[in-house]
Design a protein around this ligand. Structure first.
Ligand SMILES: [Zn+2]
Length: 156
């Protein structure tokens, strides 16, 4: 096995490591070995150049797709704001529906449930009411924040 490995085409070994070579992920010794091989091997040299230009293309594509000059436009993108609103509305609706379900469960439990002691039922009621109050306070803060945002904009 050892003998077979060492008799492998040296180009194959180099080509396998070209990607790591470009990323500077190899040891100094390996980097040096590949550098020297590429210098005197046209095939590996071409491959390295292809790999390099391919990477530059990908980098350029990524950079140009997120141009920093576009950033303010992206941040003030109207659809993104609508999505934010829809997200919040859906979230609020979900919490309300789930809350209603638990309230219903709680009500029926309080009315017909006899297995649980009264203080436990009281505790659950407090838990749900507390959660509901917390949610409403957060929601109110959001709405107030929105209104002040608009007010500030009008003032400008
Ligand atoms: Zn080679």
């Amino acid at each position: 096995m050892e003998v077979y490995m060492s008799k492998l085409n040296p180009c194959e070994a180099v080509q396998e490591q070209l990607s790591a070579y470009l990323d500077d992920e190899l040891t100094q010794q390996e980097q040096q070995r590949i550098y020297l091989h590429v210098q005197q091997c046209p095939e590996c040299s071409t491959l390295l150049q292809e790999l390099e230009s391919m990477r530059t293309d990908v980098k350029d594509a990524v950079l140009s797709s997120i141009d920093t000059r576009d950033l303010p436009t992206i941040l003030h993108d109207q659809p993104a704001r609508w999505l934010g609103w829809i997200g919040w509305s859906l979230f609020a609706l979900g919490v309300l529906l789930v809350g209603a379900f638990f309230a219903w469960e709680l009500a029926s439990e309080l009315l017909i449930g006899t297995a649980t002691p009264w203080w436990f039922r009281l505790g659950i009621a407090g838990l749900y009411l507390g959660l509901a109050a917390l949610f409403l306070s957060v929601l109110r803060q959001r709405i107030v924040a929105r209104k002040t945002d608009k007010y500030k904009k009008v003032n400008l």
